[in-house]
Design a protein around this ligand. Structure first.
Ligand code: GLA
Length: 392
């Protein structure tokens, strides 16, 4: 693949930055998008179905081999310190540092038997960090693709996604499911990815209606998935599945939900989580059909119900996301709106009529500023393609 198929300002800026650092031209480049989940939240680690899309925001990496075995990382992000380490020492750094994601994927590639040299790398990203849009999965995917390209190797996409997921588990302490890494690697232009996390099979669903778009509304309240709230929910769900003697909560049919919730080992917390998971899987399936039928009213209603369930049962929303969703849901031109991603801050997604998008963005931004004094990060996006790499 050549750079022409990714002819974007981000890449041109990255190449200029690479040259400015006295590094000349890179050997390889790789790019990976962020992702937004349309519906199917906190479902991937419960064996259910998720429906993400890649967003048209990119993490771009330029990389040039070195002979001394050192990895030197720089980022265009002003506050981010450059980092150096040896390819022989990929131990996780104890302080939270973006280099851990890179070390995690390099350790994964090494485990797979790939040998690679040290390198200089520069990163430039337009994926908002901490916005619940998978900036970390984009970083993992871009680096793993770039290093594989450098050594003339490749990996099967799902295997690569699992390698990136493991980096997140081991090096960032987030026991995430596979959705984010699969989305940033597997997504295709103008399509949503329907990933079945029971067996990791997937197919694509069209999303190319010229009248309707996806709007991201970043609350700009930072979320923290490694502080225990995410892991707690995951553990409680897995415990509930074990007590119900099923592999995952995916195996609980909606028709049996009431009976399951009435079991005596169901305490209040477990009951809420199980109810969210089982109803969210059903909503996701219905949303796929509704989108295929271009029934945006029903799709929107399902998004709104998903938000309520995440707020009241799963309790991963926050006042800012509740406010954004409620404000957007009330507007003409918005079919539905809900928090997206892990939650505890981050972004909401709205299904919006394109001809009303400017009005929606302005109204939500004004109301949010007035209520919280925060400037929301709002942009429309189309489903983008996944990660890719090329020799320069
Ligand atoms: C985070 C995780 C994903 C998924 C979502 C919630 O983004 O990385 O695996 O669990 O939260 O749907």
């Amino acid at each position: 693949m050549d750079t022409l198929s990714f002819d974007r300002k981000e890449l041109r800026d990255l190449l200029a930055l690479f040259a400015d650092q006295g590094l000349g031209s890179p050997d390889v480049c790789a790019v990976a998008p962020g992702r937004v989940n349309v519906i199917g939240e906190h479902i991937d680690y419960n064996g259910g179905l998720v429906l993400p899309a890649a967003i048209d925001r990119w993490t771009c990496v330029a990389l040039k081999a070195r002979e001394d075995g050192m990895v030197n990382l720089r980022s265009s992000h002003g506050e981010v310190e450059p980092v150096s380490f040896s390819v022989e020492d990929l131990a996780k750094s104890e302080k939270r540092c973006w280099s851990n994601y890179v070390k995690g994927v390099l350790a994964g590639l090494k485990r797979k038997g790939f040998a690679f040299p040290g390198f200089d790398a520069v990163v430039l990203s337009t994926v908002p960090v901490g916005g619940g849009l998978s900036s970390s999965a984009a970083l993992e995917a871009a680096f793993s693709k770039a290093v594989l390209e450098l050594v003339g190797e490749s990996m099967e996409p799902l295997e690569l996604a699992r390698l990136c997921q493991k980096a997140e588990h081991d090096y960032a302490d987030v026991p995430c499911g596979l959705m984010d890494q699969a989305a940033v690697i597997l997504c295709e232009d103008s399509k949503l990815l329907l990933l079945d996390c029971q067996d990791d099979s997937y197919r694509y669903a069209d999303f190319d209606d010229p009248d309707w778009g996806l709007m991201i509304i970043n609350s700009c309240v930072s979320h923290e998935l490694s502080d225990g709230g995410y892991a707690r929910r995951r553990d409680v769900c897995h415990q509930a599945a074990a007590e119900l003697e099923v592999g995952t909560l995916r195996e609980v049919p909606l028709a049996e939900l009431d009976a399951v919730l009435a079991k005596d080992f169901m305490d209040e917390e477990k009951r809420r989580y199980v109810r969210h998971v089982v109803t969210e899987i059903d909503r996701t399936l219905r949303a796929v059909d509704a989108l295929a039928a271009r029934d945006y009213a029903l799709t929107g209603q399902l998004l709104n119900e998903s938000h309520a369930s995440l707020r009241d049962d799963y309790r991963v929303s926050c006042p800012e996301l509740d406010f954004i969703s409620k404000t957007a849901q009330a507007l003409e031109g918005v079919a539905g709106c809900r928090m997206t991603g892990g939650g505890f801050g981050g972004s909401a997604i709205a299904l919006v009529r394109r001809d009303q998008a400017d009005m929606v963005a302005e109204t939500v931004a004004d109301a949010y500023r007035e209520r919280f004094g925060i400037e929301a990060g709002i942009f429309e996006t189309r489903p983008a393609g996944g990660a890719r790499s090329w020799r320069c």
